[in-house]
Design a binder for this molecule. Structure first.
Ligand SMILES: *[C@@H]1O[C@H](CO)[C@@H](O)[C@H](O)[C@H]1NC(C)=O
Length: 223
């Protein structure tokens, strides 16, 4: 490759250190002709750019909606309850009649929600005593629904130690129940829908019947 320089150039200095001489310019391969970018490629590039921007915008919007949904889910509360009667006919089975005021509110400022499916369960010391369903209902933003829910316990089984605890609480005239509410919530975002489960849990302390009334309640609502 150490070809002699062309005649038009001055003779190269002696190659004392035996370095490779630079290749003469005219020996280099011919550069590719500069190509005009095809308009279709331009068009595709611009389309891709817009599509990417649209995706980013869509992603951010979805995230904002999602965060606003997460932070403002409906709340379940039980501001009132009456224990009309409750008794155990043997020591292990209880019958009862319990009514409570349910307060379901939608604190979201923009989005209305549909409660497609709602169920409440009454527990005494982790044992299911009564179950009741609630008709589907729709709630506008920042609206609250209050309704009476009537629950009937009919021969609900309690194991002996739990039945004993129940008798004790009846004698003390303060009975503690847990109320578990389960909702299937549908969020209506124009033409889009989104559903999730909502769980309300309240601990209620009522006086014993007749006309047992609510002493304390402590409610939490979680998704
Ligand atoms: C129901 O809940 C809402 C919001 O938590 C509250 O403003 C309202 O006073 C409650 N209603 C009753 C009857 O407790």
């Amino acid at each position: 490759m150490d070809s002699p320089a062309t005649s038009s150039l001055p003779p190269p200095p002696p190659n004392r250190y035996n370095f490779r001489k630079p290749k003469p310019l005219n020996n280099q391969p011919i550069a590719l002709k500069p190509q005009r970018t095809n308009p279709i490629i331009w068009f595709l590039g611009v389309t891709c750019l817009f599509f990417t921007l649209f995706l980013i915008f869509f992603g951010i919007t979805t995230l904002i909606i999602f965060v606003s949904l997460i932070s403002r889910t409906p709340l379940f509360d039980t501001p009132g309850a009456t224990l009309n009667f409750i008794y155990s006919n043997s020591n292990e089975f209880i019958n009862g009649d319990f009514t409570f005021l349910a307060n379901v509110s939608n604190p979201n400022k923009k989005i209305d929600v549909t409660f497609e499916y709602s169920k409440v369960e009454l527990y005494f010391s982790e044992f299911l005593v009564a179950t009741q369903g609630i008709q589907p209902f729709v709630e506008k933003p920042r609206k609250t629904e209050t309704f009476l829910v009537h629950m009937i316990a009919s021969l609900a089984y309690l194991p002996p130690n739990v039945a004993l605890e129940f008798q004790k609480q009846m004698q003390r005239k303060r009975v503690v129940f847990d109320l578990v509410a389960t909702f299937r919530v549908k969020v209506n975002l124009g033409i889009m829908h989104f559903r999730y489960w909502l769980h309300g849990r309240c601990q209620l302390e009522v006086t014993s019947p007749p006309n047992g009334f609510l002493l304390h309640h402590d409610c939490r609502t979680k998704r």
